[in-house]
Design a binder for this molecule. Structure first.
Ligand code: NAD
Length: 490
């Protein structure tokens, strides 16, 4: 991508942290390089936030919570979020260009993320003053009111794959509920979050309601997770880091939402409407280059139609093209070189184990040679016990496994440590309901599949996919707790 296309990023532009309404460098002045996965160029720098920066951000958030931000009514908070939604929508093209450069997503996906971010702010903004507590019947001499209150200062650790959407669902809900927030974006994709935080200041959010500290996970992220001034944590990322974050939270006795990885199955029965299913089955793994927690990365196909479905999917894979985000490819590059090597390493291992790639896409000939591209790969048949069927690759790699009957399909679909999402493809309504209800996952899609599916729908996992729910109204409740008032009046 050449530098002229985005007037908002001058070459080697330096992005600062946002703490207490001010843009500030890291306490020790250190910076991290921002490398574009599109062409491997270093095009900007971000602050390498320190524990001291995190501490300053938490203090700024506390002052806001106990001061101007905490004094706003729910309606006023909601209006600010709705205003921010409008501003974000108006900046959707700018944000999309910035995201595609920083993260490598095809422009249409980056734009969809920006629009979704605006919708999160709209959804949670309009819900802010609809969240209320309860009155509990008790003794006739007492009145019991249960109030829904914010946790206080919330910490948000965000991954690189959908920075805007994950910021929207987590920080949008936390702000709507009245928390003051400190956010640690991923070091590989911080820029849109920083830009949105500038837009939030323009919208009129009081200083300190939203603070951003960029930097490495092991320094800034770990400092945020362990900070005693944090009242609740929202973490989205890998299961390994999620464990570290939960341990840190436990030491401070605070709650944590963990939105982790997945190995989601798409179950295709022999009566499925294949014309409808095929494009969705492919898109579910190709979207965002497979770097989606809820990617449909395992295809379970009923034995009788296995060969036919495999050859139809393989044909579609052969037509896929990884390329420059501006040329509307099917997928862009992987986020960084380590991720590119990781995906290629999985494929190498699969070949060594004798697994067969039956359909492989291409890297476009005009894709920049220094970018981190990988061709999408479809492997079949792949045994359920193999590493490729069990581990999250987080790349454009799809595996297919045959199953015999309904019970076998459920056993295989539930047969990994993860439990994030699943797809069921059948024309039999009773079967889809039975199978859907038997899945140990947070979301089941029947005759459709939406990675993460919808701002309005609760999302989260079982097992190694994490716990707690974000998105939807449930996500708003997650950022509150209750306080019970017991009033004796007689
Ligand atoms: P990651 O765990 O490496 O990083 C996520 C965030 O945690 C980053 O901001 C990182 O800087 C920070 N971090 C790293 N080490 C830390 C530490 N010791 N303490 C505190 N913070 C630390 O994950 P990733 O590679 O950025 O993202 C990929 C993973 O995220 C995949 O497993 C994917 O499935 C998962 N993911 C899940 C969801 C979901 O909603 N369930 C969404 C997106 C991604």
């Amino acid at each position: 991508m050449n530098d002229q296309i985005n007037p908002h990023i001058a070459p080697n532009m330096v992005f600062k942290n946002l703490i207490g309404g001010k843009e500030v460098p890291a306490s020790d002045g250190m910076l991290l390089d921002v490398v574009s996965p599109v062409d491997g160029t270093l095009f900007a720098k971000i602050a390498a936030g320190t524990a001291q920066d995190v501490d300053a951000a938490v203090k700024a958030a506390r002052s806001a919570f106990e001061g101007p931000w905490g004094k706003l009514t729910a309606t006023e908070r909601g209006r600010l979020l709705m205003k921010l939604a409008t501003i974000v929508e108006a900046h959707a093209d700018e944000l999309a260009t910035l995201e595609s450069r920083d993260n490598g997503k095809p422009l249409r996906q980056s734009r969809a993320d920006a629009v979704a971010l605006a919708r999160y702010f709209e959804f949670y903004g309009s819900a802010a003053d609809k969240l209320h507590g309860d009155v509990i019947p008790y003794l006739n001499t007492h009145f019991i009111g249960v109030e829904r209150v914010p946790h206080g200062v919330t910490g948000h650790i965000v991954p690189w794959n959908y920075p805007m959407q994950i910021f929207g669902r987590s920080v949008g809900a936390a702000l709507a509920a009245g928390n003051a927030t400190v956010v640690k974006p991923a070091e590989d994709a911080s820029l849109t979050i920083l830009r949105v935080s500038q837009l939030a200041s323009e919208a009129g959010f009081p200083d300190g309601a939203l603070n951003i500290v960029t930097g490495l996970g092991r320094t800034a992220g770990a400092a945020l997770a362990a900070h005693p001034g944090i009242d609740f944590l929202s973490f989205t990322g890998s299961p390994e880091t999620g464990t570290a974050v939960q341990i840190a939270a436990a030491k401070n006795h605070v709650g944590v939402t963990l939105e982790l990885g997945g190995k989601s199955a798409q179950v295709v029965f022999d009566d499925a409407d294949l014309e409808r299913a095929l494009p969705t089955l492919v898109n579910a793994i190709i979207q965002n280059g497979g770097q989606t927690c809820s990617a449909g990365s395992r295809l379970l196909i009923q034995r009788g139609i296995f060969d036919d479905v495999v050859s139809a999917i393989a044909e579609r894979f052969r037509a896929l093209r990884a390329g420059h985000p501006e040329r509307e490819p099917d997928l862009g590059p992987m986020i960084n070189q380590a991720q590119q090597r990781r995906v290629l390493g999985y494929l190498e291992r699969a070949r060594n184990e004798g697994l067969r790639i039956v359909g492989e896409g291409v890297v476009a000939i005009d894709a920049p040679a220094e970018g981190f591209y990988v061709p999408p790969a479809f492997l079949a048949p792949v045994p359920h016990e193999s590493i490729l069927s069990q581990e999250e690759v987080f790349g454009p790699v799809l595996v297919a496994t045959p199953f015999e009957d309904e019970a076998d399909a459920i056993r295989l679909a539930n047969g990994t440590p993860y439990g994030l999402a699943a797809g069921v493809w059948t024309r039999d309504a009773m079967r889809s309901t039975r199978v859907g209800r038997a899945m140990r996952v947070g979301q089941v899609f029947v005759n459709c599949y939406g990675a993460g599916g919808g701002i309005e729908l609760p999302f989260g996992g079982f097992g190694r996919s994490g716990h707690g729910r974000e998105k939807g109204f449930e996500g708003l409740v997650e950022f509150t707790t209750t306080k019970t008032l017991v009033i004796a009046h007689g």
